[in-house]
Design a protein around this ligand. Structure first.
Ligand code: PEP
Ligand code: MG
Length: 840
C-alpha cells in the first residue's frame, strides 16, 4: 500500500503536537499528529475520503481516507464550549470529499476572543496499522502543503511478528564512519520521542537507543545489520521511527577519522631533543614548559542515603548544565556545538541510570557519577576507533565538572601561567583549556588526545599552536625548560640551542613586525605599486564580525555566508529574523557594500528541517543554488529580507554553486517577483560564485546574465582536482594555486570581460598574501579575505606592479603543480610568506 499524503488543511504555522497547551493532545492521548496555529479561516480536506463526522458543535471534523486511516481535525482548543458559534460546516456526515475541498469555515476573530486557543491539532486518530513517517513542523504552511506522510505499518518491510507492545526492524544503514556522536544523537532523539523502550542490537551487543554513549559504544561499522527492538506503548511506531532515522542517516557533518597518526620514526624517537606528535592547530611558538597536572578529586564511596545523594546529583548536574549553557552563549559555532554535545552527555539516560543504580546501592553521588563515567570510558577505550577514543576527553571533562559541582572543590585546576607558557599535559579537557589565560599561553602539547578532539578544535579557534598524541616523554619535561613548538610539523624541540631559539625568535619577530606594519596601513586604500586599484573586502559569517573587519581595513564584504542563520536549528529563520541580522551587518559595515550569498546549504552543511533525500555523494548533490531552487520558499524569504535592508543598494546578492545559465535566470526570475511584491524598483546587483568548473568554463555565458562573478576557490579547487575539501589525507594537495585552478580563474576573467563584468575571489586563496600577485596578474579586481588577513593581503598587493604580477601569472599557468607555483612566487616575492594564512 502506498503512503498516504496528508496536505495541510489550514494556512498557518505548523508545530509539533507536544507543544499543544492541552495534555490530551500533547501526550498523544487522541493519537499522533501535528498542530497548526491558523492564520486562515477555512479548514480543507487533507486527502480524498469520506466525512465520518462533523461534530455536533461543529468545531471538529473526522475524515476517513480511502486507505482506512482516520484523521481528526479539531479547530481550536476547548472550542466545544462555544456551542457551535462561529463555525460554519460545508460538509455533512457520510459525504465524499476530494483533497482540498472546504470542510468548515470559522470566524477567527470570534474564536480568538472566546476560545482557549486557536491551536488546531490534526490527528491521525486511528493509529492501529498506521504511523506518521514524515511531518512538517516549525514552519509556515499554506493550504495544500504536505503536512504528514502516513504509512500502513503492515506494509512496512522488515516488521517482525511479535506480541502486542513489541516490534522490531532490521536495517543495514549507510554509516561509513559508524554511529558517531552526531548520528547517535539523531537516533537517541528519535527514540526519546516514544514512551516505548527501544534497543539496538549489533554483532551480539545491545544498546539503549535513547543513550548517546551506549550507541557510540556499540561500535557500529559500515555494513553492520542493526536490529531495532521496541517494547511497551507505541512500540511499533518507535521501532519504525528509529529504523527510519537509521536508514536516513548519512554522515555529512562529520569528516572521516583522520589517518592514524604516523608513529614517530625510530630516528626521531631516539633523538633526545625531539618529540614528534600530531599537528592539531598550526603555528610556531617559543616558550617555557609548564606541566599541567589537574589534582585528582578525592571522593568518598559511602553515601548518605539514596534520597539525599540522588537530589545532590540532580543539583550538581543542573549546576553544570547551567554553566555549559552560559558558556555557549556568544561562542562560535564550534564551541556551541561542543558544549551542546556535553549537555547531551550530561543528561544521557544510561549514565544517569548507572549512577542512580550505584546510589541505590548505598554509594555517594560523587562516587556513583565517577564510576558511571569510567565504565563508559573503558567501553570506548575497547573500541578500535580513534574517533571514539577521542570522545573520552569529553566524558572525563563531565566527570570532573560534576564532581566539582558536587564537592565544591577541585575547580582550582586552572594554573597561574607565566607569560609565554607552552603547556604540557597528559591530556587537556575542553573546560580546562577554556579556563586558561589565553594571553599567556604560547602553545600546547599533550601526551594523549587526537587531532579531532574537541580540545584541538578549540585550540585552532583560539589561534593557539597545538600538538597532540606526542607520547609520555612530554610528561618528563621539567617546568621552565625552554621549548620550541612547531605545530605545523607536529614537533616539540627540547633544550634548543641558543642559535635555534634565536632563529625562531627572529622569524616570529619579523612576522610580528610585518603584521604590525600591515596593520598600520590597513585602512589605506589598496593599489598595486604602479597605481592599479584592487578592492580588499572581508568574508563574514555573523553580525559581530562586521565592525572588526572594517577596523582591519575591509572596504566592504565580498561574501556574507548566511548559513550562520540557518544551521543548528529545527526551523528556518523567518524574514524578520533574517532582516535584523542582515541589517546589523550592513550597519556594522557603515554603508560599505555587502555581498549577501544566498543560502549555501546541503552537501556538507545539512539542516534538520530540510529533509534532503539520502545522497550517496552529497558534495555532488542538492546544495547551494540547487537547494534554493528545490525550496524556492526559502529563497524568496531570504531575498525579501535582503531587499528590505536599508539603505537600498548597499546589498548585492550572490548565488553559490552555479553550474549553468538557467540557474541564474531562475533565481533572477524569483528576485524580480519578490521585488514586484515589495514594490521595490531599486536596481540590485545579482552575481554568481564560480565554484564549479562548469561555471568557469561557461563564464562568458554566465556573465551575460550575471552582474559580477566571484571565484569560490575552496569549492572550485575540490571540484577541479576531484579532491574532497574535508579529507585530511588530501589536505596537503588541495592547494588552490594548482595551475588547473589558475587556468579556470583565467577563463573566468576572460569570459566576464566579454560582457564588462568584474571578477573577484572570495575563497580561501584570497586570504593568502602569496597568492595576491598571481590573482591580480590574472585580472581579478576584488579580493575578499578572512578579516584578520586583510592588512597583509593589502601589503602584498601594494608590493607588486601590475606588469610583474601579470608576468608571474603567465608563468604560473604553465607550471605543473601548486608547489611549483608557490616556489616561483616565493622566489619572486620572498617577503610574502604564506605562513600567515588564516582560513577563508
Ligand atoms: C568557496 O567555495 O570558495 C567559498 C567561498 O564558499 P564556502 O567555503 O562557503 O563553500
Ligand atoms: Mg563554496
Amino acid at each position: 500500500m502506498s503512503d498516504l499524503i496528508l496536505l495541510s488543511p489550514l494556512k498557518g504555522w505548523a508545530a509539533p503536537l507536544a507543544e499543544a497547551p492541552d495534555p490530551v493532545f500533547a501526550e498523544k492521548m487522541m493519537g499522533d499528529g501535528v498542530l497548526i496555529d491558523p492564520t486562515g479561516a477555512t479548514l480543507h480536506a487533507p486527502c480524498d475520503g469520506q466525512v465520518i463526522s462533523v461534530h455536533h458543535t461543529r468545531h471538529a471534523v473526522t475524515l476517513r481516507a480511502t486507505s482506512g486511516a482516520e484523521i481528526l481535525m479539531h479547530v481550536g482548543l476547548e472550542t466545544v464550549a462555544l456551542g457551535g458559534q462561529g463555525f460554519e460546516p460545508h460538509v455533512a456526515d457520510g459525504q465524499t470529499v476530494r483533497a482540498g475541498d472546504p470542510l468548515l469555515s470559522f470566524d477567527l476573530d470570534h474564536l480568538a476572543r472566546h476560545a482557549k486557543s486557536l491551536i488546531t491539532p490534526i490527528i491521525l486518530a486511528s493509529p492501529e496499522g498506521f504511523q506518521i513517517v514524515r511531518r512538517t513542523e516549525g514552519r509556515a504552511v499554506e493550504v495544500g502543503d504536505v503536512l504528514m506522510v502516513v504509512r500502513a505499518t503492515d506494509a512496512a518491510t522488515g516488521a517482525s511478528a511479535m506480541g502486542e507492545g513489541e516490534a522490531s526492524r532490521t536495517v543495514a544503514p549507510h554509516l561509513p564512519h559508524g554511529l558517531h556522536a552526531r548520528p547517535a544523537a539523531a537516533v537517541a532523539n528519535a527514540a526519546k520521542r516514544f514512551p516505548a523502550e527501544v534497543w539496538i542490537a549489533c554483532q551480539g551487543r545491545k544498546a539503549n537507543a535513547k543513550s548517546v554513549v551506549a550507541l557510540m559504544a556499540l561500535g557500529v561499522r559500515e555494513g553492520d545489520a542493526l536490529t531495532v527492538t521496541a517494547t511497551g506503548p507505541e512500540a511499533e511506531a518507535a521501532a519504525a521511527a528509529v529504523a527510519a532515522v537509521l536508514e536516513g542517516l548519512q554522515e555529512r557533518a562529520e569528516p572521516p577519522p583522520p589517518p592514524k597518526p604516523a608513529k614517530p620514526s625510530v630516528a626521531a624517537s631516539q633523538d633526545p631533543k625531539l618529540i614528534i606528535g600530531v599537528p592539531a592547530s598550526p603555528g610556531l611558538a617559543v616558550g617555557k614548559a609548564l606541566r599541567f597536572v589537574p589534582a585528582e578529586i578525592a571522593v568518598s564511596e559511602a553515601g548518605q542515603g539514596a534520597v539525599q545523594e540522588s537530589a545532590e546529583l540532580a543539583r550538581a548536574r543542573g549546576v553544570v548544565r547551567d554553566s555549559l549553557e552560559k558558556a555557549a552563549v556568544g561562542g562560535d559555532r564550534e564551541r556551541r556545538s561542543i558544549l551542546a554535545a556535553h549537555i547531551a552527555l550530561l543528561d544521557d539516560p544510561e549514565l544517569v541510570s548507572a549512577a542512580q543504580g550505584l546510589i541505590d546501592a548505598g554509594k555517594s553521588a560523587a562516587f556513583a557519577w565517577r564510576q558511571a563515567i569510567r565504565a563508559q570510558v573503558v567501553m570506548l577505550q575497547g573500541l578500535d576507533d580513534s574517533r571514539m577514543v577521542e570522545r573520552i576527553g569529553d566524558l572525563k571533562d563531565l566527570e570532573r565538572q560534576v564532581l566539582v559541582a558536587l564537592l565544591g572543590k577541585g575547580g582550582e585546576g586552572a594554573p597561574e601561567l607565566p607569560p609565554g607558557t607552552i603547556l604540557l599535559a597528559e591530556e587537556l579537557l575542553p573546560s580546562q583549556l577554556v579556563a586558561l589565560d589565553a594571553d599567556r599561553l604560547a602553545g600546547l602539547c599533550t601526551a594523549a588526545g587526537g587531532p579531532t578532539s574537541h580540545v584541538a578544535i578549540l585550540a585552532a579557534g583560539m589561534g593557539l599552536p597545538a600538538v597532540v598524541a606526542a607520547g609520555e616523554r612530554v610528561l618528563a619535561i621539567a617546568d621552565g625548560a625552554p621549548l620550541i613548538l612547531d605545530a605545523d610539523k607536529g614537533q616539540l624541540h627540547l633544550d634548543p640551542e641558543p642559535w635555534e631559539l634565536e632563529a625562531v625568535e627572529t622569524a616570529l619577530n619579523a612576522r610580528r613586525q610585518r603584521k604590525a606594519a600591515a596593520k598600520a596601513s590597513a585602512l589605506d586604500l589598496c593599489n598595486t605599486a604602479d597605481g592599479h586599484r584592487v578592492e580588499i573586502f572581508a568574508n563574514l559569517g555573523k553580525p559581530s564580525e562586521a565592525a572588526p573587519a572594517v577596523e582591519n581595513g575591509a572596504e566592504g564584504s565580498g561574501l556574507l555566508r548566511t548559513e550562520f542563520l540557518f544551521l543548528e536549528r529545527e526551523t528556518p529563520p523567518d524574514e524578520e529574523e533574517q532582516l535584523v541580522a542582515y541589517q546589523a551587518i550592513a550597519t556594522g559595515l557603515g554603508g560599505r557594500p555587502l555581498i549577501v550569498r544566498t543560502l549555501d546549504i546541503g552537501g556538507d552543511k545539512p539542516a534538520p528541517y530540510l529533509p534532503i533525500p539520502y545522497e550517496d555523494n552529497p558534495a555532488l548533490g542538492l546544495r547551494g543554488v540547487r537547494t534554493s531552487l528545490w525550496r524556492p520558499d526559502l529563497l524568496r524569504t531570504q531575498l525579501r529580507a535582503v531587499l528590505r535592508v536599508k539603505p537600498a543598494g548597499q546589498c548585492r546578492i550572490m548565488i553559490p554553486m552555479v553550474a549553468s545559465v538557467a540557474e541564474v535566470q531562475a533565481v533572477r526570475a524569483v528576485l524580480n517577483e519578490v521585488k514586484a511584491e515589495l514594490g521595490n524598483a531599486d536596481p540590485v546587483e545579482l552575481g554568481v560564485m564560480v565554484e564549479t568548473p562548469s561555471c568557469a568554463v561557461l563564464a562568458d555565458q554566465i556573465a551575460e546574465v550575471a552582474d559580477f562573478l566571484s571565484v569560490g576557490t575552496n569549492d572550485l579547487t575540490q571540484y577541479a582536482l576531484a579532491m574532497d575539501r574535508g579529507n585530511p589525507a588530501l589536505a596537503a594537495q588541495l592547494d588552490a594555486l594548482h595551475p588547473a585552478v589558475l587556468r579556470l580563474i583565467r577563463q573566468t576573467v576572460e569570459g566576464a570581460a566579454r560582457h564588462g563584468r568584474w571578477v573577484g575571489v572570495c575563497g580561501g586563496l584570497a586570504s593568502d598574501p602569496l597568492a595576491a600577485p598571481v590573482l591580480v596578474g590574472l585580472g581579478v579586481r576584488e579580493l575578499s579575505a578572512a578579516p584578520a588577513m586583510i592588512p597583509e593581503v593589502k601589503m602584498a598587493v601594494r608590493a607588486v606592479t601590475l606588469a610583474a604580477a601579470r608576468e608571474a601569472a603567465l608563468k604560473a599557468l604553465d607550471l605543473k603543480s601548486a608547489a611549483e607555483v608557490r616556489a616561483l612566487l616565493l622566489k619572486t616575492w620572498p617577503n610574502l610568506s604564506a605562513s600567515g594564512r588564516e582560513g577563508a
